[in-house]
Design a protein around this ligand. Structure first.
Ligand code: PLP
Length: 372
């Protein structure tokens, strides 16, 4: 361990220091109002986020997981249905499909972007397929055009898991406006993170928006009258107020993340044993994570830990090989690209406040490890 201050994978305190006074003012505003659920902060945030992503409707919910659960439910997906998704994602992408009673069908990923490989999707469509659920992993949009074309051809709905990618752009349009319905997470570590759980559904479909709104309030628009089986899943006013302080900074923070990524790219470009992230043409990446492929990944992570550099592995086990999905019958080797990624990926420290000196302190020991 060196004497220098450790560099964590994410430093939320560094961000808090820059917005502290505004956060306290916003929290005060909510506390003075004593209005905590489905109030003016949430309503304003819904409008702000919907306008930003290019959608007519935003519906604040209790988490990104609930955004997926309510979106799938609003689409009427349930037992007997299949939903095609990626195995290389956070568990919520899959378990929310399973909670509806539908079956997740995992399709392998593109080795360069880590996102679902559209070329492999069509072959997975069956008479039971109802929807595609691509994930914009690490902040890079999935390749949506071919996915939307497959959906159109087969009459499928498209749900975007935009949890990691708020602000990312695909051919001139922001994620969250590309499919039928989209799901965002405001988990504290996300690019736009609250101080607790939170999420949002966005859509341009008025009927779907209405369904999600009703589902989040126990299945009824009018209090104590319930038309459908619903949930309790609302974004609270404290979270909405925090998010509204952070939201105006989001694009600047994303630009800064891109600068950090460009610096890592330059410092790691010629390192044998390391593959830096590849960005699709026509795409604006928001680098929720900066994820490399690394030979001898676990040894590299240990080496960095010894230098006080924190790294993360997103994700060590693809969904199709999770114990909870043993009954789906997948075997090691079924989705080799995702399995190789799980063995090689390493996410380096990534947050807007990283300094040039800190970036170099991450890259130098990587270069040293591979003898570059
Ligand atoms: C890809 C993906 N989907 C869904 C979720 C679920 O979001 P939440 O943690 O807000 O429930 C997350 C984040 O945690 C995520 O990264």
């Amino acid at each position: 361990m060196t004497d220098a201050k450790p560099i964590p994978p994410l430093d939320l305190k560094a961000q808090y220091a820059t917005i502290r006074d505004d956060i306290h003012a916003a929290l005060d505003r909510v506390l003075e109002s004593q209005y905590f659920i489905l109030g003016p902060e949430g309503a304003a945030l819904e409008k702000e986020i919907a306008a930003y992503v290019g959608c007519q409707y935003g519906i604040g919910v209790a988490s990104g997981t609930d955004a997926l659960r309510l979106a799938l439910t609003a689409l009427g997906i349930g037992p007997g249905d299949e939903v095609i998704t990626t195995p290389f994602t956070f568990i919520a992408t899959g378990n929310t499909i399973s909670h509806t009673g539908a079956r997740p069908v995992f399709v392998d990923i593109d080795p360069h972007t880590f996102n679902i490989d559209p070329a492999k999707v069509a072959a997975a469509v069956t008479s039971r397929t109802r929807a595609l659920l691509p994930v914009h992993l690490f902040g890079q949009p999935a390749d949506m055009d071919p996915l939307l074309e497959i959906a159109r051809r087969h009459g499928l709905r498209v749900i975007e898991d935009s949890a990691q990618a708020i602000g990312a752009v695909y051919h001139g349009r922001r994620v969250g406006s590309l499919g039928d319905i989209s799901c965002f997470s405001f988990y504290p570590t996300k690019n736009l993170g609250g101080y607790g759980d939170g999420g949002m559904v966005t859509t341009n479909d008025a009927a779907l928006a209405e369904k999600v709104d009703v589902l989040r309030r126990h299945g009824g628009k009018k209090k104590y009258y319930h038309e459908v089986l619903g949930f309790n899943s609302r974004l609270d006013e404290i979270q909405a107020a925090v998010l509204r302080v952070k939201f105006p900074h989001l694009d600047d923070w994303a630009a800064r993340r891109r600068q950090v990524a460009a610096r890592y790219d330059a410092l790691l470009a010629d390192v044998p044993g390391v593959v830096t992230p590849r960005v699709l043409p026509g795409v604006e990446h928001v680098y929720h994570q900066y994820t490399i492929r690394a030979q001898r990944r676990d040894a590299l992570a240990e080496h960095l830990k010894g230098q006080g550099i924190g790294t993360m592995i997103y994700y060590p086990v693809p969904l199709h090989l999770q114990t909870m999905y043993a009954d789906l019958g997948y075997r090691p080797g079924d989705l080799p690209v995702a399995e190789a990624a799980a063995a090689e990926v390493l996410s380096l420290p990534m947050y807007p406040e990283l300094t040039q000196e800190q970036i170099a302190r991450v890259a130098d020991p990587i270069r040293e490890f591979y003898g570059a």
